[in-house]
Design a protein around this ligand. Sequence first.
Ligand SMILES: [Mg+2]
Length: 204
Amino acid sequence: MTTSLLKKIPSKLPKMIVFDLDYTLWPEWIDCTGGPPYVYDEASNAVINPLGESLGFFEHTATIIALVKAFPDIQIGIASRTHTPEWAKSAIKLLRIPDLDNSTLIENVDYLEIYPGSKLKHFKSLSQKSGISCSEMLFFDDESRNREVCKLGVHFIHVNTKTGITPFQFENALHAFASNSGTTQTKMDKFFIAASKSKTQIKK
Ligand SMILES: [Mg+2]
């Protein structure tokens, strides 16, 4: 997998891209299923439980993860408020990314925050553990209520529950991140340059 899927690589990239799980990476609320034990089905890249329920990714999930991994400096985080964290962890230990040597999702994730409650807590923890400011994070989630993390500076992208993240949406999100962050950065730089010039003048 390369970045050739992107028409144009943005000038500024997020330092971490964070994904919700339910209805963002897969089309289920995992805590509304029967849960594990799971058996991995290679043909469908899905996990199947004793009730015969199958849980797999949305159509483009594996491609999106592979695309993020093509940028070596971008970390990957998961922020889920599921009531069954252990079930989610067992699923992501089994579901695979074909374009990344068939590695499992969990092998490609740098930070996991999976527990119920407001995602403000998830993001404060992600920032604390990684040393990355929330304003350097891009977050994909299907639930509008989780938009509250924008208060921390996170860039929130609302995901369609029927399709999950599409490559088109992903690329647009990267460009939106670059232009939003870029504008702030440029203005700040100008301010600091102006401030340092005036300081120099005062010294003289
Ligand atoms: Mg969700």
